[in-house]
Every structure is written in structure tokens, then in C-alpha cells.
Write a protein that binds this ligand. Sequence first.
Ligand SMILES: [Zn+2]
Length: 279
Amino acid sequence: MITNLKGLLEAAKNGKYAVGAFNVYNYETIKAVIEAVKETRRPAIIAFGEKYLENMALKEVVNLVRTMSIGLDSDIAIHLDHTKNVDVIKKAIDAGFTSVMFDGSALSFEENMAQTKEVVDYAHKFNVSVEAELGCIQLGDHSNEDEGNEIYTDPLQARTFVLETGVDCLAVSIGTVHGMYKGVPKISVERLKEINQAIQIPFVLHGGSGTPLSTIQACIQEGITKINVNTEVSMTVVAEFSKMIAKNPQAHFSNLSTKATEVAKQTVIKYMDMFSPIQ
Ligand SMILES: [Zn+2]
């Protein structure tokens, strides 16, 4: 079933697990996530970022997800990832996205709060959930996101921000990076704990790729309910392409396409398993 983030993340918070948000930008990546949901019977968030508008139109994403997810028992949200442009957010809502992320992390605290509130007021009229970001997440290797100067989320600011804006979930900056880590990850579960004590809301961890399992589990215990994964899915597919083409430079595109779906699906399932409740 297609749903927004609200119910998905509340269930995750109560069940002490996180729902994976996997970035998609073409048929193969969408198919990979849907197939992973089918196989595992776990919910997932299909995440499409503003920067992939060159690859697909908003309506194409919605239509493809809706068509491919017919008959699926598990919940799926169609989420607009990292978007700075409020007009794009409104267009996504009109196109049928069930959830949006407004990224005001580069703005001042006051401006981020004002623009996030504008997005929340608009989105909630259509039963669309809103994620916002407070603090700033650093850029690692192989990422497709923008450069950012790392600023950890301040717990008291987080509390004010959530109460003033009415956001449904909040992306926090606690040391994860967009992309792969350049060295040993330094993630402050302690900071997350302080934020979780200051305000009760589902939290989002950006930069899931390459984050150690023990850290992920500790973060879930402290309120992380949505974890974004992008880079590793792309890297595993491209590595497989390199192998296939090295072996056969005349490889047919149709075979590369089916292999891409299969490899992306395996990476998605690997992360879904990591985000599951501890047995
Ligand atoms: Zn992100």
C-alpha cells in the first residue's frame, strides 16, 4: 500500500526498527526496491531527490511506483528527498508524492524554521508528511549530494524547531556523512540521545551507506526510524557493470539492466536486514 511517513515511522519507533529510504532515479532502482519489499515483506521508502529530475519527471516516478507496487502487502512511501526549492515540493505533492523533505540546512535557523513551516502548512492539507533538516551533514566520498560544513544538531534548537514547524520527522546531523566515510566513522550516539530527550519525534539518519551495524542499532534505540541509503546502491551496480563490460565489451544493455536491478535489490535487502529489530 502507498502511504505517507507518519504511520510508517510511528510503527518503526514503537517496534525499535528503522525503515530504509532508498534513492531511486530510473526503472532499475525503483524495481529493485519494490522487489526487495516483495521478497522481505518489509516496508520501504522510495526516495527521489530534486537532483535526479534530469533522469525522471516527478509524475513518472509516481506512476511507475504505483504501477509496480500493485498487489504489494507491505507499505511504501513515495518520498521527495533533499529539496531546497519550495516550488518543486509543491509540484511533487501535486504529482502524488506522499512525503517530502525540505532541506533548509544551509539557511539560518530562523529562515529554515519559517520556510519549513510554510512547507508543512501546505503539505499537511494533502495528508503529505514532511521531513526537515537541522544542523548540516558532511560530504564523504562518492556522494552525489552537495558539499556541507558539518554542524551537529543542537538538542534545544531541535525542540523549538519541531514545536514551531509541526514537522513529522527530523533529519539530524550527528556525524554520519553523505556518501562513503573517508576514515573511521565518528558518530555521536550521545548527541542523538540528548536530542531524543529534548523532543519526541521520529528522527532520520542520512548517510546510511557504510555505517557500521552496531552504530545503526544504537541509533535506532535512540529514536532513528528512517535511514537513507544512496551511494552504496549506485557503487555496487557500477562495480558490477565494470566487471561485465571487462569480460564482454559487447555486453547487451538489456542484460546490464536486469543485472542492475538484481544487484541493487541485494544491497537494499542487506540494509533492510541491518535496520530490522534486534533478534
Ligand atoms: Zn541526505
